[in-house]
Design a protein around this ligand. Structure first.
Ligand code: 173
Length: 317
């Protein structure tokens, strides 16, 4: 009897602690048919395969489960564990979130220059969040239009925005309207808007090419899409599961070079679909991008006098 017990104890010890598998719920602020979500679902499949006995992720769905601009709050409060979102979608939790669009350094560089730690310090303090990884990088935003312009003047035009574009487009006299991605197609179809801000890619995911005549070049800012997690849940993970999640999130982030080639292909695909480019002369183009940046940082500093200057040190070049 004694020997059997001893044996059982030894076997337990050898196998480590009893299996303790954690399952996390993930929701996407982007529509389910968007490419970001497909990539994330593939990542989840890999995590679930490698994480058996340690960590599993359950994909709950997109904005039909939780509306785009509510995902941040759901992560903050722990209604869901992880969100796939962008800072512009959760400025209702923390205005700092939208500052990430101003990054000129890459996520890889931010891992090295203290940016990742700073972001996590701020996200923890202000939003009860852990910023797991940035999964879109090297991606400019553009202004897309259905009416031709010959200079950066949007007087009389109604443009769909998120906080990413608000002050910049307003500075060109646009009339702006905040809309979640899932509602832009209908707005275009009904002629409610004359254009919209959006990255260089992922237009086709939502069929917007059908309703888009022009893309204005150059692009500006740098689209940020990240995995954010409820901080209490993150801290409560068994160490093994937390390390596994950190590793898997980093592996996802490390795929970001993918976007460089993809974005070139997407620009070609837009041309083939008949989307014409509107370009300005060199001086006007330069001023356009500079103005975007200037307004971006001005607004960032106004929204967060405490953190914007520190973020600038790790995000700007
Ligand atoms: O335009 C948007 O909806 C937006 O803000 C965004 C941000 C990052 C990636 C894609 C879209």
């Amino acid at each position: 009897m004694k020997r059997t017990l001893c044996f059982a104890a030894a076997a337990l010890f050898a196998a480590g602690a009893p299996a303790q598998e954690t399952t996390l719920r993930l929701v996407s602020a982007f529509p389910e048919n968007q490419f970001y979500v497909k990539r994330t679902v593939e990542w989840i499949e890999k995590v679930n395969k490698e994480g058996k006995g340690t960590l599993q992720i359950n994909f709950i769905g997109g904005p039909k489960a939780i509306p785009t601009f509510e995902v941040g709050k759901a992560v903050q409060s722990g209604v869901v564990d992880i969100g796939l979102s962008t800072g512009a979608f959760y400025t209702n939790v923390m205005p700092e979130a939208d500052i990430l669009k101003l990054a000129e350094t890459s996520a890889a560089e931010q891992r090295k220059n203290g940016g990742y730690e700073l972001i996590n310090k701020i996200w923890a303090e202000k939003a009860n969040m852990r910023y797991l990884a940035k999964v879109v990088d090297f991606t400019p935003f553009h202004l897309y239009l259905n009416r031709k312009i010959d200079k950066p003047d949007l007087t009389g035009l109604k443009i769909r925005i998120t906080p990413v574009y608000r002050e910049f487009f307003q500075s060109m006299n646009a009339q702006v309207m905040t809309t979640a991605p899932g509602e832009v197609y209908t707005a275009l179809e009904r002629g409610v808007i004359d254009g919209y801000g959006w990255p260089i890619h992922a237009l086709f995911d939502l069929n917007w090419q059908e309703k888009t005549k022009y893309r204005v070049d150059p692009g500006f800012y740098n689209a940020e899409v990240g995995l954010i997690m409820n901080l209490d849940k993150y801290k409560a993970l068994p160490a093994k599961a937390r390390q596994f999640l950190d590793r898997e999130a980093l592996a996802y982030e490390k795929q970001n070079d993918f976007w460089k080639k993809y974005n070139q292909e997407e620009a070609q695909r837009q041309a083939k679909a008949g989307i014409q480019t509107i370009s300005f002369d060199a001086a006007t183009s330069k001023a356009y991008v500079e103005k975007a940046n200037e307004i971006g940082w001005q607004n960032a500093t106004k929204a967060s006098p405490q953190w914007a200057p520190q973020l600038k040190k790790v995000l700007a070049r």
